[in-house]
Design a protein around this ligand. Structure first.
Ligand code: KG4
Ligand code: ZN
Length: 347
């Protein structure tokens, strides 16, 4: 039987994405972002994102079908992100998916956004290996996952208990007057700075939270970035109070080192302690140059193979939803039906 053509819809945050795949082959990946509309607020405003999805949905759908040189008739199934994400934003994608599935009489599949960040890996290098872990770092989430079976057995090993990593970048960039989105700006500024200039806290890294491999603490693989954000804000105040110019590059580099150090350490530790031999990286923060460098080095020392899909597949997009949708179809899983709701929380 030929691999199914699946159309995937993503609208959990500020990207309206429609992707189309045939099995593990990428046919189209159309994305429209409302990022520009959030710039002056320094972060994603849910109501604005929802309205932008509404406006972008049909044009993005038309672009994806045109890019794939297909019509809706050629599509075998529709997949849509049902969560986690912003409630109003998710609802636009889910409503669009239900309408398409109903009108064109196609089976409909509700897809978990986080697992889709992993499933996208099949579009880049084919079937995913056994003993797979994933590190997802974006503006909306920061998680370590263990994947025993992409379509039926995914475990959340750790997650942030407050801010997401990208969110921390965005907030600190704002403190430093570097603009939004903050990730790329800090990445750039940090290149001119000394990462050892200021020792910022590594969240949830003390024994009380870490415990040991035999007796794990309550947050062994979890992250916290809000204390770090406060520490940066204190440092900036300290320079201001003493009439000193804030050494932006040094603060950016030291902040980045704290984030990347703890993320890479915990991800590698989770892999080692769960026998995970491949680690897949996903999310917008995957673009970070220091994260890539340190993660590659630490994975190599630990004998873990690191897989990083191309950046267009790391950030939120519809192809990842289509890719996981196709895996779900091929695994023979029943469609979700047309009455499912959205899930705004963590899995
Ligand atoms: O995956 P994504 O496009 O959207 C979601 O948040 O789901 O990720 C966007 C996040 C933003 O917080 C942005 O600041 C961060 O990814 N980001 C980076 C870099 N490029 C984007 N963070 C650090 N370094 C970068 N080079
Ligand atoms: Zn995402």
């Amino acid at each position: 039987r030929e691999a199914p053509v699946v159309l995937g819809i993503e609208s959990s945050c500020d990207e309206t994405g429609i992707g189309i795949v045939r099995g593990s082959q990428l046919l189209a990946n159309a994305v429209s972002s409302s990022m520009d509309e959030h710039v002056r607020f320094g972060g994603v405003i849910p109501e604005i994102a929802s309205r932008a999805h509404l406006e972008a949905m049909i044009p993005t759908l038309e672009k994806a079908l045109a890019d794939a040189e297909l019509t809706l008739d050629d599509v075998d199934a529709i997949a849509v992100t049902s969560g986690p994400g912003l409630a109003g934003a998710l609802m636009v994608g889910v409503a669009a998916a239900k309408a398409l599935a109903f009108a064109a009489n196609k089976p409909l599949y509700a897809i978990n956004h986080l697992v889709a960040h992993v499933g996208v890996g099949v579009l880049d290098g084919g079937e995913l290996p056994k003993n797979l872990g994933a590190l997802l770092v974006s503006g909306g989430h920061t998680e370590i996952l263990k994947i025993d079976n992409l379509t039926s057995d995914v475990t959340l090993l750790g997650a942030t208990i407050d801010d997401a990593a990208g969110e921390a970048y965005d907030k600190v960039a704002r403190l430093l007057g570097l603009g939004y989105p903050g990730g790329p700006a800090i990445d750039r500024a940090a290149k001119e700075g000394n990462p050892k200039a200021i020792r910022f806290p590594r969240g949830l890294s003390v024994p009380k939270f870490m415990g040991t491999a035999e007796e794990p603490g309550p947050h062994r693989y979890d992250f916290s970035f809000s204390g770090l954000k406060t520490a940066v804000s204190r440092a900036v105040e300290h320079f201001d109070k003493n009439g000193q110019e804030v050494p932006v590059a040094d603060v950016a580099a030291s902040f980045q080192e704290a984030v990347v150090d703890v993320i890479t350490k915990k991800a590698v530790l989770a892999c080692q302690e769960h026998g995970l031999t491949t680690l897949l990286l996903g999310g917008g923060v995957a673009a970070n140059s220091r994260l890539r460098e340190l993660l590659a080095a630490r994975c190599q020392s630990a004998g873990i193979e690191l897989r990083i899909p191309p950046f267009s597949l790391c950030t939120d997009n519809g192809a990842m939803v289509a890719a996981l949708g196709a895996q779900v179809v091929m695994a023979g899983i029943e469609p979700s039906g047309i009455t499912f709701g959205t899930d705004t929380g963590q899995p």
